[in-house]
Design a protein around this ligand. Structure first.
Ligand code: PEP
Ligand code: MN
Length: 263
């Protein structure tokens, strides 16, 4: 169902009043985790000002260590809803499991399925039963084919509103957190009609290098970006080392716009 052979024209994903996968590049920005009212509202205002159309923020965080910050959970969802109301930005947050799907779906405009859950088939089936747009992230060691088959699980249940997201894969290289596989962008665009987003923050995992990969992703043909932005990255409770501050994000957005216009 997700193949371009079956449907040659691009699929557009409608989120609120936005159309993803069309001519315009859309940027989702915000902190890795929702930490406080002040943090999420100030970030929402700053990223909106810089040109982002959607806000990200984790409430249920799948952390590598069980001793790391796991997110504000229900309180985080409520704060996202406040930020949405305050700024008009649409919201995306990760759904970590089927148990919390209903409450997450109620509070978000896009359901994010994280890399660690790309082959959680029960979760894929459950989000496939909803009619919420889904941002499906590529698994840490998943092939392009496996990503497409994961999307197929969702679409097969009737939810056609799927956005694919390249977020870096694990390779032998360890100077960067992951290796952002920009090869995946033109490959996916050729293989499927679904919109393709790129997450340069997790893809490279090095703050100073994120803007270059934002530009590269757009130049490679991505339909949009998801970028981590924090008011004070060194103090972030998760992923501060790869989060842009407000002025870094604003500058990078100007560069991204210039590339998008030149294409
Ligand atoms: C995130 O977006 O903060 C996240 C956990 O991403 P991923 O699932 O790609 O690791
Ligand atoms: Mn993160």
């Amino acid at each position: 169902l997700v193949s371009r052979e079956v449907k040659p024209e691009d699929s557009l994903v409608r989120v609120g009043n936005l159309t993803l996968g069309g001519a315009a590049i859309h940027v989702i920005a915000g902190p890795c985790s929702v930490e406080s009212r002040e943090q999420i509202i100030s970030t929402a205002q700053a990223v909106k000002q810089a040109g982002a159309t959607m806000l990200r923020g984790g409430a249920f965080k799948p952390r590598t260590s069980p001793y790391e910050f796991q997110g504000l959970k229900g309180d985080g969802l409520a704060l996202l809803a406040e930020a949405r109301k305050e700024t008009g930005l649409l919201v995306t947050t990760e759904v970590k499991d089927t148990a919390t799907l209903a409450s997450v779906a109620e509070h978000t405009d896009i359901l994010q399925v994280g890399a660690r859950n790309m082959q959680n088939f029960s979760l894929l089936e459950a989000v496939g039963e909803t009619r919420k747009p889904v941002l499906l992230k590529r698994g840490i060691s998943a092939t392009i084919k496996e990503l497409l088959m994961a999307a197929e699980y969702i679409v097969a249940r009737g939810n056609t509103q799927v956005i694919l997201c390249e977020r870096g894969i694990r390779t032998f290289e360890n100077m960067t957190r992951n290796t952002l596989d920009l090869n995946a962008v033109p490959m996916l665009k050729a293989l499927t009609h679904l919109p393709v987003f790129v997450d340069p923050s997790h893809g490279i995992g090095v703050r100073k290098a994120v803007p270059a990969m934002m530009r590269a992703a757009v130049a490679a043909g991505a339909d949009g970006l998801i970028v981590e932005v924090h008011p004070d990255p060194p103090r972030a409770r998760s992923d501060g080392f790869q989060s842009l501050d407000f002025s870094e994000f604003e500058k990078a957005m100007g560069e991204v716009r210039a590339i998008a216009q030149a294409m």
